[in-house]
Design a protein around this ligand. Structure first.
Ligand SMILES: Nc1nc2c(c(=O)[nH]1)N[C@H]1C(S)=C(S)[C@@H](COP(=O)(O)OP(=O)(O)OC[C@H]3O[C@@H](n4cnc5c(=O)[nH]c(N)nc54)[C@H](O)[C@@H]3O)O[C@H]1N2
Ligand SMILES: Nc1nc2c(c(=O)[nH]1)N[C@H]1C(S)=C(S)[C@@H](COP(=O)(O)OP(=O)(O)OC[C@H]3O[C@@H](n4cnc5c(=O)[nH]c(N)nc54)[C@H](O)[C@@H]3O)O[C@H]1N2
Ligand SMILES: [Mo]
Length: 773
């Protein structure tokens, strides 16, 4: 009998090999991966799950009454139509809105929201968000885009201003090797959760973070996990776990900074040579400017750790080689700029930044790619064309945009206006999973004339669309797997033929472009396979130029992964430290800015400061809603993707997401393991399965994102997500007037045991748009 060969493929959570055996997808981790991710085991469920979309669907109300605002979105049923009919309907609607080969100077794309945030799949060509952007640029001349990411907005905006090009700074230094070899102490704000390091955008071939941590700890390096959730850091020798109240890290860092200042251990030479504005900050630190010295005692009153612990931490940080790192999680909340800016300031005060293993990093605990060496060759990526529309929104202001056309908003110190959106086009994202205050988003989605969504499965977002087009999944296509800071190029081979019905996003857009008279502009005359060959070429020639092996395209797609060279050169910060004048940073002063006039003009304090958020355990609101909900990333999946897969389902209880809380809190509320609890505030409610857990700080309830939103009207509870999506209760408010980012990580809520009859969790396939009979 001939053996069925394993083929290469890739996902955001890892490279893998797989083969179909009797209708089942068998998977193996990549042979060069020391710790393949358990998330791989979610993939087989997607092959033939009833949740897969198989036919184009048109919402009945839209079909009968035509485009226009419609309160029936979300509850209406759907009519299945042929591909030809669906594409004709879409093309006619896009034409009505002005799409076509010749466009007026006042581009019709200004009424099209195409931000289409979401991670979709890992291949570089079939990346749905790139495809939709390219399509909208081609047929509308552009679209209203979204700035920044749900991942990082407050952090990215502040670091761009005070450090310069945050993305580049975070991606071009091999922090992990430095920590493993040189650090004595790692202060990890938000921890270094292995859970999150499973994932990198575009894929990851090696899960090596735990090995690196063990290497460091084995050498005597002490890791300090500063997080309300103990398993945000693996068990390591010498590990220290601190659990300040959520949202109070700035106070803790200020207390440490005060101790350094008081004991004469601020590195004045470093500050002088590499930073600007410390004097202004110092007056705040000592209380000269506001009458409140930020002493360890002051900090203790806010963050809940003892003054002694804070002093001890500062003393230890000054005594050896200290690396300060901040996870994205801290900045995905109100005034999220402050902990990131303050951590950078603390690292500068310690002055060890120019030394290996010292200094500051951002997102080392958030993305598997951060801290790995950068690559020395370019990677394939689909050109998206030119977006001629100026209008944009900060990414998490989607409900605001749709609800308040013409209203002004601030961003990076400037005032803009929301456009008037008539068409929303989404491919590869699930806003009814990821956005805050989902009841408000449902209201916002009643406003446009038309909403079109491509997805491979029937999500809550498809249920709010007028036109739903079924896309293939990555396993059903060929692609090229590649990601920044990852040293392999992966031939993603087709693992299984697509079922009858779904089509590749590219083919859908190509056929629509043809109907609009723009086919050549969109495809440039290339088929999918020809595009892959075209996109592969720049990487191949760069490899050949370096005298390295690089198979031709056909051989690559049949064959083995290609190892890519990593860059040996110094990082931006290493060059800056070597010569801060010649290699100035891209900040207004060219230096690290501990005070910033630009930030001050945007209405924020001029230097990092403790700015009290509305929803923290010390706020007046906590008298009403006494728990801090920490809505972090899920262990068993990537966001909402494959929530029906084996790993994700295995972590639920009766199909419902688990919420963890401190055992004493649970006991006080009469809540036992497995009880269904109601988590609520005046924005909404959800049900989750209670899991008392020692590692959760008191006053905290931790419920990860990812459950598919399933709101039911329950007596005594109102609209309640019975599957446990935290965005039923989070706040749809920008991080600050400067960055306007997603603040969904932390909210105040109440918790009670659900004592009425327990409604069953809604199965994924029941969330599919309902077909009319
Ligand atoms: N409260 C709270 N909310 C949060 C966060 C938080 O910390 N707290 N985190 C935020 C963060 S950081 C993020 S990144 C977002 C992520 O949230 P989402 O954007 O919701 O991310 P995904 O679940 O990855 O959405 C991807 C969608 O693309 C679909 N898809 C996959 N492949 C394809 C394809 O080839 N074609 C098409 N057409 N579709 C495809 C998937 O089925 C899925 O529905 O959530 C944010 N929301
Ligand atoms: N398995 C898995 N991995 C993922 C993802 C996923 O969906 N699943 N998503 C990926 C994506 S898109 C992103 S952007 C990154 C996100 O990376 P992060 O945003 O860093 O991840 P989170 O899990 O949301 O937050 C990290 C931790 O911060 C802690 N935290 C929250 N608030 C505070 C606070 O005020 N102070 C302190 N000290 N700690 C706090 C929480 O305990 C939380 O577990 O993860 C990536 N990795
Ligand atoms: Mo993210």
């Amino acid at each position: 009998m001939t053996q069925i060969p394993f083929l290469y493929h890739s996902s955001h959570w890892g490279t893998f090999r797989a083969r179909m055996v009797e209708g089942t997808l068998e998977l193996q981790g990549f042979e060069r991966d020391p710790a393949p991710s358990p998330l791989l085991q979610n993939i087989p469920a997607a092959i033939a799950h009833p949740v897969r979309l198989r036919q184009p669907l048109i919402r009945r109300g839209w079909l009968q009454d035509g485009p226009g605002p419609d309160p029936r979105r979300g509850t209406d049923d759907y009519v299945a139509v042929s591909w030809d009919r669906a594409l004709d309907l879409v093309a006619t609607e896009l034409q009505r809105l002005g799409a076509g080969p010749s466009l007026p100077a006042d581009l019709p794309g200004r009424h099209v929201f195409g931000g289409s945030y979401g991670w979709s799949s890992a291949g570089r060509f079939h990346h749905a968000q790139s495809q939709v952007h390219r399509f909208l640029n081609t047929v509308f001349g552009g679209y209203v885009r979204s700035a920044d990411t749900y991942s990082s907005a407050a952090g990215a905006v502040i670091l761009d201003l005070v450090w310069g090009d945050a993305k580049r700074m975070s991606r071009d230094q091999a922090f992990w090797d430095e920590i493993a070899e040189h650090s004595d102490l790692v202060l990890a704000f938000g921890g270094l959760p292995l859970r999150n390091l499973q994932v990198s955008p575009g894929g990851t071939s090696q899960h090596s973070a735990e090995n690196q941590m063990q290497r460091a700890a084995g050498r005597g390096c002490c890791f300090v996990s500063i997080s309300p959730v103990a398993d945000d850091m693996p068990d390591l020798p010498g590990l220290m776990r601190l659990q300040p109240r959520p949202a109070t890290d700035v106070a803790l860092m200020l207390g440490m900074a005060h101790r350094l200042q008081e004991t004469g251990r601020v590195d004045r030479d470093y500050l002088e040579r590499y930073t600007t504005g410390y004097d202004h900050f110092e007056r705040y630190l000592t209380g000269q400017s506001d009458g409140t010295p930020k002493t360890p005692e002051w900090a203790a009153g806010i963050c809940g750790l003892s003054a002694e612990t804070i002093r001890d931490l500062a003393d230890r940080a000054a005594a050896g080689r200290t690396h300060v790192t901040v996870a994205y999680g801290l900045q995905r909340s109100r005034h999220g700029e402050q902990p990131v800016w303050m951590a950078l300031t603390l690292a500068a005060m310690l002055g060890q930044w120019a030394l290996p293993g010292g200094g500051f990093s951002y997102s080392l605990g958030s993305m598997g790619s951060t801290g790995k060496p950068p690559l020395a060759v370019p990677l394939p990526s689909l050109p998206q064309g030119r977006n001629g529309v100026k209008g944009f929104i900060p990414v998490a202001r989607i409900s605001e945009l749709l609800l308040n056309p013409g209203k002004s908003f601030t961003y990076k110190g400037e005032t803009h206006r929301y456009g008037d959106i008539r068409l929303v086009y989404w491919a590869g994202g699930n806003p009814f999973h990821h956005h805050q205050d989902l009841s408000r988003l449902a209201e916002a989605f009643t406003r446009p004339d038309t909403i079109i969504v491509h997805d491979s499965v029937g999500t809550a977002t498809t249920r709010h669309a007028d036109i739903v087009l079924p896309a293939t999944i990555t396993a059903e296509r060929e692609d090229i797997g590649a990601a920044g800071n990852d040293p392999f190029l992966i031939p993603m081979q087709r693992l299984v033929d697509p079922p009858e019905g779904p089509r590749d996003d590219f083919d859908i857009f190509a056929d629509l472009a043809a109907r609009l008279g723009c086919k050549d502009a969109f495809t440039e005359g290339r088929s999918s396979r020809e595009w892959l060959a075209h996109l592969y070429e720049p990487t191949r020639s760069a490899l050949l130029e370096k005298g390295m092996q690089a198979p031709d395209f056909e051989a690559f797609m049949q064959g083995e992964v290609v190892e890519l060279p990593v860059s040996e050169g110094p990082s931006c910060m290493q060059r800056y430290h070597a010569d801060p004048v010649a290699n100035a940073l891209s900040t207004p002063s060219g230096k690290i800015e501990i005070s910033s006039a630009v930030v001050e003009r945007a209405g924020l304090p001029p230097h990092p400061a403790w700015v009290e958020p509305e929803e923290w355990l010390g706020a007046p609101q906590a008298a009403v809603n006494p728990f801090q909900l920490v809505a972090n990333q899920p262990r068993g999946k990537l966001h909402s993707q494959l929530d029906f897969g084996a790993t994700a389902m295995g972590l639920k209880r009766n199909g419902r997401e688990r919420a963890r809380m401190n055992p004493d809190d649970a006991a006080r509320l009469g809540i036992a393991e497995g009880d269904v609890i109601r988590i609520y505030n005046d924005r909404g409610a959800l049900l989750a399965a209670a899991e008392p857990a020692e590692g959760i700080a008191s006053g905290v309830v931790q419920l990860s994102t990812g459950a598919w939103y399933a709101p039911l009207d329950l007596p005594g509870s109102g609209r309640t997500c019975v599957n446990g999506n935290p965005n039923a209760v989070t706040s749809d408010i920008g991080t600050s007037p400067l960055s306007q980012g997603c603040a969904g990580q932390l909210s105040l809520v109440s918790v009670e045991r659900w004592s009425a009859a327990v409604p069953e969790a809604v199965a994924h396939e029941a969330i599919l748009p309902r077909k009319s009979v």
